[in-house]
Design a binder for this molecule. Structure first.
Ligand code: MG
Length: 409
């Protein structure tokens, strides 16, 4: 038997005077669509190229909202733990419920990490639910549209050989129809002496430049190409790499240095004309804000089902927009959170693109009815909510071992 995480907290316990649940706040509203209460929250984990945590919020109106949390150990348990805090609440009060969960979980890490991830999954499901209850697409809840379609960029994988990378870039552009790509640049060159010290030897930098040169020259104007370093290099090595890439058409260089030290990040970004993108490893607008305000990024890359959800991503984008910084949403999720990213991408001015990270999986969009990405772009649905309907048979086929499928409605 698993643990009963719901019983670990008394949802009515007063740990703090800042209790944002409806009753002490004096929030009422029983007319029209507001005459609805949350009855349950359930999760089902799908074994994709990451363990996608699908989230469902159920109501006494029979309407169900579907969301998704970024992967991470403990996320389903945290959602189960938080369920008593939203049961009985009005699902239309999305912002207050987000704050309520952050406040209730503040002693358990709602500043950053998997608690924020878990809250994100519920928050996305609330947007789907609110859209369905009000009969409007989720982007409408965020202020309406700047665009009908959001550009998707394809995260690509190939052997760490410059020509193999260029061949794969060519294939993804010509056969899969993307005009925006990303390749890993933290790949072995065979010249490494010590992988712990973060220092790049000259030959390693030449190998990376060779990869960038062969891809960008082969693809030329047919696609934009970004390169990801996954927080690998020292500040000095990152500066040398970014400088060496300046002659090439690099869309952006992602996460060249470790995420903890903002001063180093700022120094690297300020040292080069190569655009630097950072943000997927930060939580909530409070952390993303520091990157933006300190000039540590040219492009901000929040991961929507990790950073805090749809409104939190909108808030990040609003801060970024004050600094004329574009937003390229990191995304390794199923079609559910990908579509949540697309709705926010439609609703903010500074959208650059949304990532697609599952091109080798083969069944990514079997998980929902219809197709999500066509010709490298996501058409934002006009249906109420997120506008994606899970294929529960497909979900069941791909569940993580030992999972049970959430209730149908
Ligand atoms: Mg990345």
């Amino acid at each position: 038997m698993g643990r009963d995480y719901r019983s670990l907290h008394d949802p009515n316990a007063e740990y703090t005077m800042r209790n944002l649940s409806a009753e002490p706040m004096g929030v009422t509203g029983s007319r029209g669509p507001r005459d609805v209460e949350i009855t349950d929250v359930q999760t089902t984990m799908v074994d994709g190229n990451f363990p996608w945590t699908l989230v469902r919020v159920y109501t006494d109106a029979g309407t169900v909202g579907t969301g998704e949390a970024y992967w991470g150990a403990g996320v389903p348990e945290l959602i189960e733990r938080m369920t008593p805090f939203v049961v009985g609440e009005n699902p239309l009060d999305i912002d207050r419920l987000f704050e309520h969960l952050v406040q209730k979980m503040s002693g358990e890490g709602s500043i950053e990490g998997v608690t924020v991830t878990a809250i994100s999954g519920i928050e996305i499901a609330l947007h789907d639910l609110a859209g369905k209850l009000l009969g409007v697409p989720a982007y409408q809840l965020l202020g309406g549209k700047y665009r009908d379609e959001v550009r998707a960029y394809c995260d690509c994988h190939a052997e760490a050989d410059p020509e193999a990378c260029a061949d794969e870039a060519e294939r993804v552009v010509e056969e899969l129809g993307y005009d925006a790509l990303k390749f890993d640049l933290d790949v072995p060159s065979g010249l490494e002496k010590d992988r712990a010290n973060r220092h790049l030897r000259p030959g390693e930098i030449r190998h990376k430049v060779d990869i960038v040169e062969q891809i960008t020259e082969r693809i030329a104007d047919r696609a934009d190409v970004a390169f990801d370093c996954h927080w690998t290099f020292s500040g000095g090595s990152a500066k040398r790499l970014a400088a060496a890439l300046e002659p090439y058409d690099v869309w952006w260089l992602e996460d060249p240095v470790p995420p903890e030290n903002l001063d180093v990040q700022e120094a690297v970004t300020g040292s080069t004309t190569t655009p630097i993108a950072v943000g997927e490893n930060r939580y909530r607008v409070t952390e993303e804000r520091r990157l933006i305000e300190n000039g540590a990024v040219d492009i901000i890359t929040p991961d929507l089902p990790k950073v805090g959800g749809m409104r939190e991503t909108r808030k990040v984008a609003d801060v970024a927009n004050q600094y004329y910084v574009p937003v390229a949403m990191h995304n390794v999720s199923s079609p559910v959170a990908t579509m949540a990213s697309a709705h926010v991408g439609a609703a903010i001015p500074n959208t650059l693109a949304v990532e697609y990270h599952s091109y080798e999986l083969g069944w990514w969009d079997d998980l929902v009815e219809g197709s999500v990405i066509e010709d490298g772009s996501i058409a934002v649905p006009e249906k109420p909510g997120l506008g994606v309907t899970l294929d529960l048979d497909a979900v069941e086929d791909h569940m993580v071992d030992g999972e049970t499928l959430f209730d149908e409605a």
